[in-house]
Ligand binder design. Structure first.
Ligand SMILES: Cc1ncc(COP(=O)(O)O)c(C=O)c1O
Length: 450
């Protein structure tokens, strides 16, 4: 097999060479760097597709890591954002629309009795943890291995899977995400492997009285959409109650995506605090920290501080009002989930025809693809699985006009526009079929060489 014609990245390559002189790695977020020759620069996005500056068109399943829930440049949300621009931006004062949007959130998410806005997921989770600490008077907190809660120091502790020996019965070492995180913070962060009930109980027994909060993403949006069992989240809820710990469900990725009431609605578990960001305003920067009234009232003079110059910006707020209206009042989320189901069925058809064993994690609107009979149960399981097939396939998909995250830990995201444009599905499946064959060929060649 000779393989398809390589896409032309002449302009992106030239842009990279210029940009890297001014921007570290030539980008504004480290994860946007895909190598000197493969980093692409976007011209524009529309619906479920993105065009790079060389004119290559991609069906996009990264969707900016999830925000474009309706699709890029959605006419309805953009028109609302333009009206929001006429309001004037930020005033260091409040507008009536804040309550309108908060009311909508409270209607969709019953746990959101009170609502505060932030600008990004990081800010919202940072505020949630501060709120929990202020409310409980405790400093420590519990994280779940494989979870991601943004780029603030307290959340940047993780299980070091790179160096973990899967055969050993020792826990992976807890390390910081990169350098610059004060070592003194480490002792405040405790980590548990997801879906390990005994470990959760033991950890609460040992540290429960010192914990301010347990943070959990029941579908791990940065770890292949590996999902917690409902019983596991219920146990977390119970242990939090027993030990006076606040349960923070981080729905930055799942919120207003997997269901109107998020993953907490699907699982029927009510957190004390929850956080939202990505899908709130179809990509306009706004985030939400919400929760139980008694806890949220700790945001006050003399309590936990919260605010920021750009909080509840009139453009983002107007976009949020329209985006949430669409998600609440139209079948957009059904369209998204239905597309995800059809895409999974199509991919399975291709893989089954080649007898490639596989499985899926997460929700149809954000799913992970695994080349194993059953998906991993937690991050430790992921380490034991073979993700090399995915890595190679993702590499080919980019060349074939499909953007998925090259790192198998990032799920595929669906948007409403994918479901409304039948060519998205057919183009994707054509590309997947070719990418799978190229990947098989790659491994056959490697095997022959070995
Ligand atoms: C679950 C979760 N929490 C928090 C964040 C941080 O959000 P942001 O990138 O908007 O700061 C992310 C980002 O991907 C996330 O997935």
């Amino acid at each position: 097999m000779t393989g398809p014609k390589k896409r032309d990245l002449t302009k992106s390559n030239a842009q990279f060479r210029k940009a890297v002189k001014r921007l570290p790695l030539g980008v504004s977020s480290t994860f946007r760097y895909w190598g000197d020759d493969r980093t692409i620069y976007v011209d524009h996005g529309k619906g479920g597709r993105t065009w790079d500056i060389d004119g290559n068109c991609y069906v996009d399943y990264r969707l900016g890591y999830g925000p474009a829930i309706l699709g890029y440049a959605d006419d309805r949300v953009d028109a609302a954002a333009r009206r929001g621009m006429e309001v004037g931006g930020v005033f260091a004062l409040s507008t009536e629309r804040e309550l309108t949007v908060a009311d909508r959130i409270a209607k969709m998410v019953p746990a959101a009795e009170l609502v505060r806005f932030s600008n990004s997921g990081t800010e919202a989770v940072m505020a949630a943890l501060r709120l929990a600490r202020a409310h409980t008077g405790r400093d420590s907190y519990l994280l779940v291995e494989g979870g991601y809660h943004g780029l603030f120091d307290a959340a940047m502790w993780m299980a070091n899977m790179e160096d973990w020996d899967t055969q050993s019965d020792r826990d992976p070492e807890v390390v910081s995400y990169g350098k610059g995180i004060p070592r003194t913070l480490k002792e405040l962060a405790h980590l548990v492997p997801m879906n390990d009930y005994q470990r959760l109980e033991d950890t609460f027994r040992k540290y429960g009285n010192t914990l301010a909060a347990m943070l959990i993403e029941p579908i791990q949006g940065n770890c292949c959409a590996i999902s917690a069992d409902v019983e596991y989240v219920r146990l977390a809820r119970k242990l939090c109650d027993d030990y006076g710990v606040l349960l923070i469900i981080d729905e930055v990725k799942t919120g207003f995506r997997v269901g109107k009431g998020g993953i907490q609605g699907i699982m029927g578990v009510r957190p004390d605090i929850c956080t939202f960001a990505k899908a709130v305003a179809n990509g306009y920067p706004i985030a939400v920290v919400a929760g139980r009234e008694e806890v949220m009232r700790t945001f006050r003079y003399g309590g936990a501080s919260h605010g920021g110059t750009y909080t509840a910006h009139s453009v983002s707020l107007a976009a949020a009002e329209e985006c949430l209206r669409i998600l609440d009042e139209t079948p957009a989320l059904e369209t998204i989930a239905d597309y995800g189901e059809r895409l999974k069925a199509g991919i399975s058809g291709i893989l089954n025809a080649r007898k490639i064993v596989h499985s899926y994690t997460g929700h149809p609107s954000m799913f992970g693809l695994f080349f194993a009979e059953s998906p991993p149960n937690n991050y430790r399981d992921w380490k034991k699985s073979d993700y090399s097939f995915y890595d190679q396939m993702a590499y080919h998909l980019h060349d074939l006009g499909v953007i998925c995250e090259p790192d198998s830990r990032e799920p595929w995201f669906m948007c409403e526009a994918h479901g409304r444009d039948e060519t998205c599905l057919s183009d994707t499946l054509k590309a997947v079929e070719t990418a799978v064959d190229l990947t098989l060929e790659h491994f056959e060649t490697e095997a022959k060489r070995a």
